[in-house]
Design a protein around this ligand. Structure first.
Ligand code: SAH
Ligand code: AVI
Length: 718
């Protein structure tokens, strides 16, 4: 095959694909009327909705007008249809008023279907030949336009059926939307992001030009607001509190007597909801749908949150940080529907498609269960008026980041419970994970710079030496999942050596450390998708579902594994194995057993930084749990426990004393110890045993020169 022939065959297969897409889209529209009777397709239930028969004809008129109209020898199916089925194109002349589309009892459904068949036939002839780039653009637009009308058909049918006292279902076999998971606010680093359409696959004109935009750091929920949450808003008098509403929204809610989402009705004992499935009790876990922008905005205010901007939404969605993106409900943003910088609508009538609606409407992002599969993308801009409710709209919340507002869910109560339990025990103990509030994380970074604290330096040097070896086994498009990422400094060494890592999920209990690290890292690696997760890595952490199927590489440096008990380390490694799944690897840093003097110096430095780090636990208890610890009444102690091969840190009470915290009193004898940390040290064989006890295989290891520190590569046991 010569190159011209090859080009032709590629082109013809492109045209064949377009023809196939055209045909399948047209058939799909017709399938949508199968559950309907002839009367259902004629009625117009409100001015915003159109009869199904009109949709069938209008989508056909689009192809006839914009494509067949310029084909030599094509005769219009019926010249009157230009008036009947033009929607809003001023350049194409007058038209049947929108609110009166339901009066078109003629042409009959049969005639409209014949119209479809006629236009399909001529379109298939057109697409069977050579198609100019301009026509190709119009065909793709016509297909996307028809897909939009497929969604409109479902919206309009639902509205129509909801008016019937019989409340008939459109299709009783449809499933309810899947319930939300528990849901988290995801920290997003913001910064300079790019949004808008790029590339040569189809997009509407309003999705471009791609441009840069600055985002403050923000948080965005990974799921949509549920019916159950909406019921709580209603129970808190949400519809009757003007302080929650925008002025226009309040006027609208009052004048329309809104007291629930669009399709909810109270049957005297409980709320029911009309959906395409029929009239059913509310499912508390399912996302709330069919709400106006005004209601979404009031709800967000009630929930001490706000709606995301469209740029925030797009940046988070394209980084894979969101669930329930495109298959449940369109998500209101608080962005007005406006042209992007540099936008110019296409020439001629087709330029009326999007641009002229850029006033008085708000943008919705995502897609819905009514949207044809594959129709939307992360740059897609849907838009409606703020009072409209018949589209399948829902809410995703966002929040500004206010200092001190970012808490691990339930951490306060967990911290209090652990303090009460730990200080009431015969051997007083606290988990070292509580060292890392904002101040604790800063102190830890100071420790890392101490001469005596060799692990950070030694591990970093070793990592730099072996980074290429490690990178060689990291697959393309890998996601790096780091446990106890702290300042994410060592991460950089890996990222430099392995640019094939395109996404990074740092997990840390310290919100402050995570936020700072994410912002710094994002500035250095603008293309890297970063999805930080605040949480305890010893519990099951949900990775963003958008990363499903991507190769995962675990990273657990710093010998933080040494801070776990043996049982915790095994449980942790098993959890990570499940989380990372088959084929995964874990790059693990672990400090090596060595002479006692070197070890103790590292945990009892001359400048007293480690002592302050240790005592910061008491400072934190005082601040967060109204404690009254006298910090000077305790001494820092580091000891080597030979039997368990660990350095232990304690706080030793100087006197007999009683301390209160978290509403409890705790007595300390003089000399009594509060055990605050174990830092286990390993040997290659103890590390191997630990890996094997947790379902991992030790595939490789690198030990630094003195003071020794080890990096171990574990892979999932077959
Ligand atoms: N990996 C970094 C930081 C190590 S410091 C390095 O090698 O330098 C330990 C980090 O683990 C801290 O940032 C601390 O906040 C975090 N951490 C400790 N216990 C944790 C836990 N149970 N869950 C999540 N993060 C934890
Ligand atoms: C984070 N972790 C591995 C440190 C360690 O060495 O156990 C914490 C630390 N404690 C005292 N100094 C540093």
């Amino acid at each position: 095959m010569d190159s011209l022939e090859a080009l032709r065959s590629v082109e013809s297969s492109r045209e064949a694909l377009m023809l196939a897409k055209f045909v399948s889209t047209r058939r799909q529209t017709e399938r949508l009327i199968v559950p309907l009777g002839p009367e259902d397709v004629v009625v117009q239930s409100m001015p915003d909705a159109s009869p199904v028969k009109w949709h069938l004809a209008h989508t056909t008129w689009f192809f006839e007008t914009f494509l067949l109209g310029s084909v030599d020898g094509y005769t219009a199916f019926d010249p009157a249809f230009g008036y009947l089925f033009n929607s809003y194109y001023e350049a194409l002349g007058p038209r049947q008023p929108r609110a009166l589309r339901g009066l078109l009892t003629r042409p009959t459904l049969e005639a409209v279907l014949a119209y479809r068949a006629h236009v399909d036939h001529h379109m298939e002839l057109l697409l069977g030949g050579e198609v100019s780039p301009e026509s190709e653009g119009l065909v793709r637009l016509g297909i996307a336009h028809e897909e939009q009308h497929q969604e409109l058909i479902l919206m309009d049918v639902l509205h129509l059926l909801a008016q019937s006292p019989l409340k008939p279902g459109y299709d009783g076999t449809l499933c309810a939307d899947i319930g939300g998971k528990s849901g988290h606010f995801r920290l997003r680093p913001g910064g300079l992001v790019e949004i808008g359409h790029r590339g040569d696959h189809f997009a509407f004109d309003n999705e471009g030009p791609r441009h840069r935009i600055w985002l403050q750091p923000f948080e965005i929920s990974d799921r949509l607001v549920t019916n159950g949450e909406w019921l709580a808003f209603m129970a808190d008098d949400g519809y009757n509190r003007p302080d929650l509403w925008l002025s226009d929204g309040w006027a609208q809610a009052q004048s329309q007597a809104w007291n629930a989402p669009f399709y909810w009705q109270h049957d005297g004992s409980a709320w029911q909801e009309m959906s395409l499935r029929g009239f059913n009790p509310i499912v508390a876990d399912s996302p709330v749908t069919h709400i106006s922008f005004y209601e979404a905005d009031a709800y967000a205010r009630w929930a001490s949150a706000r709606l995301p901007t469209e740029a925030e939404w797009e940046a988070a969605a394209s980084d894979g940080a969101l669930d329930q993106v495109a298959d449940v409900a369109w998500q209101w943003t608080n962005s007005a529907y406006l042209p992007y910088p540099g936008f110019s609508p296409g020439a001629g009538a087709v330029g009326e498609y999007n641009g002229k609606f850029m006033s008085g409407q708000m943008v919705l992002r995502g897609g819905s269960s009514f949207t044809p599969p594959g129709h939307t993308r992360s740059t897609y801009r849907n838009f409606f008026k703020p009072e409209q409710r018949w589209m399948r709209s829902g809410i995703r919340l966002a929040r500004d980041i206010a200092p001190g507002r970012y808490e691990v869910d339930g951490s306060d109560s967990a911290f209090a419970a652990d303090v009460v339990k730990g200080l009431s025990a015969r051997q007083k103990t606290m988990s070292p994970k509580y060292f890392y509030d904002g101040a604790g994380s800063v102190l830890f970074e100071e420790i890392c710079r101490l001469d005596e604290y060799y692990p950070t330096r030694t591990e970093t040097d070793l990592l730099t030496k072996i980074a290429r070896d490690l990178a060689a086994d990291i697959p393309d498009d890998a996601v790096l999942v780091e446990f106890g990422s702290g300042a994410s400094e060592k991460t950089r060494t890996l990222l430099e050596a392995a640019p094939q890592i395109t996404a990074y999920v740092p997990i840390d209990i310290s919100e402050d450390a995570l936020r700072n690290a994410t912002l710094r890292l994002k500035a250095g690696y603008p293309k890297l998708s970063v999805t930080p997760i605040v949480g305890d890595f010893t519990t099951e952490v949900d990775l963003p579902t958008a990363l499903n199927g991507r190769p995962l590489v675990g990273f657990f440096p710093g010998s933080t594994i040494g801070n776990l008990t043996h049982a915790e380390a095994i449980a942790f490694l098993r959890t990570v194995r499940r989380m990372l799944a088959a084929g995964a690897q874990l790059i693990l840093g672990a400090d090596i057993v060595k002479d006692e003097a070197t070890l103790i110096a590292a945990y009892d430095d001359g400048a007293g930084v480690t002592a302050r780090f240790n005592k910061n636990l008491l400072v934190r208890i005082n601040r967060e749990l109204s404690g009254n610890f006298d910090i000077d009444a305790f001494d820092h102690l580091a000891v080597w426990n030979r039997e368990h091969e660990r350095v232990e840190m304690h706080l030793v009470s100087r006197t007999d004393q009683i301390v209160t915290a978290a509403g409890h009193a705790f007595s300390f004898k003089a000399g009594e110890r509060l055990h605050t940390e174990n830092s286990h040290k390993f040997t290659p064989s103890s590390l191997r045993r630990l890996a094997e006890a947790s379902g991992w295989v030790l595939e490789n290891q690198w030990i630094s020169p003195k003071p020794e520190f080890g990096i171990f590569k574990l892979v999932v046991a077959p």
